[in-house]
Design a protein around this ligand. Structure first.
Ligand SMILES: [Zn+2]
Length: 253
C-alpha cells in the first residue's frame, strides 16, 4: 500500500504531510492531526515503540476526560482505534497556534506599532507569552486537573509515567498501577512543557494544551513546573537520577 495515501480518504480535508518522528507517524491534514504506530514489517514484529496502542489510547482517554470535566482548552478528539494495517492511531483537531517554546523567535507584533524588535528574536513577545502561560497554568489548568482525583494511579488501568521516567528506564516491562485507600492521586498532564502549549499568534495567550500521552492520576508533586523551563533545563531532568528514583519510589506499589 502506498504510504503516502491519505488514510482518511479526504474525510478531514486534504492530506498535508506524513512524517515519522521518533518511533511514531504524524499525519497532518487540513483539519486533523493523527499520531499512529509505524508500519511493522511483519505482523509479529514489535514496532520498537513500547506500549504504542496503550499510549495512544491513553491520550484519547485523557482528551475525553479533560474536555468533559474541565474548561482547559484541548484539541478536539475525532477518533481512535486500529486502522486496516493493524496500527493503532488517535486523530484529533489540528492546532494552528505557536508553540510556547517557539514564542519570541520572531516578533508577533510587527506592524502593530508597539516598538518590539523589527527583525530577529523578540524578547518582549517571548516574555509576554511566557508570563501569560504561567498565569493560565497556575490559575486555570492545575486547579482544574487537581480537582479530578482517584484512589489508583494511571488512567483506566494503564500507567505511563512522565517522559523523564519512562525514557530513562526503558528496560521496564510495565509500570504497575498503585492503589490507595483514598483518592490521593490527582490528574496530571505529565509533560506540561513549553513545547506542549500552543499560544495564539496575535494575543500571545494560551490557545491549547496538547500532547496528553503521559496523562495519569499520580501524586500532585509529579506535575513539575516544566513550562517554566528552557530546553536544556528540561532535558537535564532526564539525568537527575535522584529525582527520578524518588519519583519511582512514590509510584511503586
Ligand atoms: Zn514582539
Amino acid at each position: 500500500m502506498d504510504q503516502n495515501l491519505d488514510p482518511f480518504n479526504g474525510k478531514y480535508g486534504r492530506l498535508l504531510e506524513i512524517k515519522e518522528i521518533g518511533s511514531k507517524d504524524y499525519v497532518t491534514t487540513e483539519v486533523s492531526f493523527t499520531k499512529r504506530e509505524p508500519l511493522r514489517a511483519t505482523k509479529d514484529e514489535a514496532t520498537g515503540w513500547k506500549w504504542g496502542p496503550q499510549r495512544l489510547l491513553n491520550e484519547a482517554h485523557a482528551l475525553q476526560i479533560v474536555a468533559e470535566k474541565t474548561s482547559i482548552p484541548v484539541p478536539k478528539l475525532f477518533e481512535h482505534g486500529y486502522d486496516d494495517q493493524g496500527r493503532y492511531y488517535v486523530t484529533m483537531e489540528r492546532i494552528h497556534g505557536l508553540s510556547l517554546s517557539e514564542a519570541g523567535k520572531e516578533c508577533q507584533m510587527v506592524g502593530a506599532g508597539v516598538g518590539h524588535a523589527t527583525s530577529g528574536p523578540c524578547n518582549e513577545c517571548r516574555q509576554t507569552a511566557r508570563h501569560n502561560a504561567d498565569t493560565f497554568i497556575r490559575e486555570q489548568v492545575l486547579p482544574q486537573l487537581q480537582q479530578l482525583s482517584s484512589n489508583e494511579t494511571g488512567l483506566n488501568g494503564f500507567l505511563l509515567p512522565p517522559p523523564r521516567i519512562v525514557e530513562t528506564r526503558e528496560d521496564r516491562e510495565c509500570w504497575p498501577v498503585k492503589k490507595s485507600g483514598s483518592k490521593i492521586y490527582v490528574l496530571i498532564h505529565g509533560d506540561l512543557a513549553s513545547h506542549n502549549i500552543s499560544i495564539n499568534r496575535s494575543t500571545l495567550e494560551v490557545e491549547h494544551i496538547y500532547d496528553w500521552e503521559h496523562t495519569a492520576y499520580l501524586p500532585a508533586e509529579m506535575e513539575l513546573e516544566l513550562w517554566c523551563m528552557e530546553g536544556r533545563e528540561y532535558y537535564d531532568l532526564f539525568k537527575n537520577d535522584q529525582l527520578i528514583e524518588s519519583e519511582i519510589s512514590l509510584i511503586t506499589p
